[in-house]
Design a protein around this ligand. Structure first.
Ligand code: FAD
Length: 278
């Protein structure tokens, strides 16, 4: 099976984390990914770590795509960041609104991601391929699924080249979302974001915050395993492999894996899928 794949990392905080990420990256690089992306958090030190991680990936000869979020940023800050990325040869960005850090009230110069996409196009023309976020199960703050879709279209109209979805475990949610996008004339590739199952408590917490639904049957089965992590992960690998198969068979243009900076479970999934290793 052949598919474009990409892998997402978060910037590690410690020397040990940096070393572990290098090892994971080495394994995942065997899949010949289209790019590795690195998340972004509000706050100075996190921003610096995104930059450091991206530049290290790039120095190893891989395409690296920093995530960049507009919330609580000024136009000048974004302009400076774009210039630094451009001068370091970065050619792809994952562009997001982000979420306000707790206690912070000012949204800054970019209330929504479409404004940031427009600003990047104004400042840098077509210097960057721009990926934006999409929500097959609807963003948790959206007033309605149709409003959320209209808002997604504003990012595409502002100049996004492709989208990566929030994770989901129901393939129909993705296919219906893509159909609804097509009916609005949206034709950019919409790549499913895939969250392997590492740990139930963490997954349930994330899903609650980001509005991703864990189907009841799956949630109950995962909870049954309790501390038996090996069995939980084995079920997770089966479930996620079957989801990826359905997505690719149904025409998804690729897969973007949320790696949590680990390679083991993803290697099992990609091997089950028969995805090519170099
Ligand atoms: P938007 O597209 O701006 O949408 C946010 C909400 O506002 C939606 O409910 C939308 O319907 C609504 N909306 C949009 N435009 C308008 C408008 N004009 N008027 C009124 N309402 C509007 N977060 C991070 O902090 N760092 C990361 O690195 C990061 N990476 C991510 C990667 C992916 C692939 C995904 C799917 C999410 C990522 N996130 C990240 C999370 C993301 O920042 C949050 O989901 C955030 O709440 C929304 O970002 P967005 O870019 O989708 O925002």
């Amino acid at each position: 099976m052949k598919a474009d794949i990409s892998f997402e990392f978060f910037p590690p905080k410690t020397e040990e984390g940096i070393i572990k990420l290098r090892e994971a990256r080495k394994q995942l690089a065997l899949m010949q990914p289209k790019f590795f992306s690195v998340t972004f958090g509000a706050g100075g030190s996190t921003k610096d770590r995104t930059m450091e991680t991206v530049l290290e990936i790039q120095s190893e000869g891989f395409e690296a795509a920093p995530h960049i979020s507009g919330i609580s940023s000024t136009k000048q800050e974004i302009k400076d960041l774009l210039q630094t990325y451009q001068s370091n040869g970065i050619r792809r960005l994952v562009v997001l609104r982000g979420d306000l850090p707790s206690g912070e009230v000012s949204v800054g110069d970019f209330a929504h991601a479409n404004q940031l996409v427009s600003f990047i196009r104004e400042q840098a023309g077509n210097a960057f391929e721009i990926e934006v976020a999409a929500y097959p199960e609807t963003h948790p703050e959206a007033r309605s699924a149709s409003k959320d879709l209209e808002h997604f279209k504003t990012k595409v109209d502002a100049g996004a080249n492709a989208a990566i979805t929030q994770y989901f475990y129901n393939a129909d949610a993705y296919f219906q979302f893509v159909d609804r996008c097509e009916s609005l004339g949206i034709s950019i590739p919409i790549v499913p974001g895939i969250m392997p199952i590492y740990n139930y408590t963490q997954l349930a917490r994330f899903s609650n915050v980001c509005g991703a639904e864990i189907p009841r049957w799956l949630s109950l089965r995962l909870q049954d395993y309790g501390d038996d992590i090996a069995s939980l992960r084995a079920l997770g690998v089966d479930v996620v492999t079957s989801l990826c198969e359905k997505l690719l068979d149904g025409g998804a243009p690729g897969l973007h894996f949320y790696t949590m900076n680990q390679s083991g479970i993803i290697s099992q999934i990609t091997s089950n899928l028969g995805l090519k290793q170099s």
